[in-house]
Ligand binder design. Sequence first.
Ligand SMILES: *Cc1c(COP(=O)(O)O)cnc(C)c1O
Length: 475
Amino acid sequence: MEPSPDPASMPLEKITMYDEFNIEVPEDEFPRKGISARAANALVWSDEWTDTNPMLNMSSFVTTFAEPEALETARRSMYKNYIDHDMYPQLFAMERRMVRWLHELWNGPKGVEPYGAATIGSSEACMLAGLAHKWNWRQAREKAGKDGSRPNMVTGSNVQIVWKKFLRYFDVEPRIVPLKPGNYRLTADQLDQYVDENTIAVVAIAGQTFTGEDDDIQQIHDWLDDYEKRTGVSIPMHIDGASGGFVNPFLYPDYKWDFRLPRVQSINASGHKFGLTPPGLGWVVFRERKIFNEDLIFYVNYLGGEMPTATLNFSRNAAPIAVQYYQFMRLGFRRLQAHHDAHAGECREAARRAGQERLLHDHERDAAHSRRGRHARSEDQELQRVRCLEQGARDQIALAVAKLLHVLGRQLQTDKALMLGARIVDDDGEVTVAIAMRIRFGASLVPGQFDLGFGFVVAQIDEREVVEIESMTRG
Ligand SMILES: *Cc1c(COP(=O)(O)O)cnc(C)c1O
């Protein structure tokens, strides 16, 4: 066969997309010749088309859908550089406004100056919060004439990888509380072996990666109060609300996981998870401005005016910030709440069709049982209680989940995971049971074949269930 002519030597009008497309993409050297836009587009597409469609990928936790108007918003901001507040003052104003909104959503105290930032994701947000606590701790130590060279941070072994990165990158001693089979959330139980005067903060999670549970935030908080009474050492808390930060306020408004607890000084959340923006947005919000140490703020003067910067990144795409603003305004508290409810409802319906009673552990009540409940929701009731399923129930669950996935028409690939929430509301509007799960499969969906990351949780949010589970836990 004659070799096909080199498109670069062909007269332009003779070149078709196919001539250009039919080239070897170099693996190890930088492409020498350019090609037309159509060919470039076709080549990129042909490279990527076997990647999973993001809408079928429930394992990377991020938002995978936006309505056309949100995309239009994104497109307009695509070439704006977030860091240039001088040229894009309105974008900066949106960010400031959203920080105040989140401070309010997370029940920050009134009459203080809220502070926070839009970040690339929760990872950057966590690192900023960790740095703030490290600085505050060191300053307090130095002021008291004590050694400020051996900071540590206490957290559970259920933390997301970002905290391990923070600890290593920023030279803070990890004090990671191991969790026992059957209990995958950080509680106050072992804290006395880990917390001391060098602890810069205790990190507790709202919506952890493995099972979806919250750590026992209130219990940890109260333990730290008691610790301060005993020792005079006051230790702040940071809440990693990457997922829970945009779930708890809507589904469990009375549950105190946030700035209502005085020790909680900072919270992060992922805009690109339940904040419903495309990948590339996280938030860190501080209880008040003074917690973000002034030492960490830099002032730059080469973009126009003199402006403060306190993020780890400098240049970044502004589009996700604009989309977040769009989503908050578009949906508001009520629609976000309804969105979570509806999403959960759909999962619940699917779970029911798949034989949902199998999804529940012996200890839990099924929806029919709960439907008989008529308890008024008291304002202060703790709404969320989560139980992990014991080994014995797993086969049944795997089967039920396989059915559920079948009903949902979703596919899972090897080593992919799924997170679902189901919230069951009585005919008379009472909240009874919520189901949340994250499943990590091994090679297939065959029941029983899942790797160690397998996790499944059932959250009971009915008043009476809480009482029962609490007493069971104590017993
Ligand atoms: C996702 C997640 C993170 C990291 O967040 P990114 O937005 O992916 O950077 C941190 N902590 C928890 C609990 C998470 O779920």
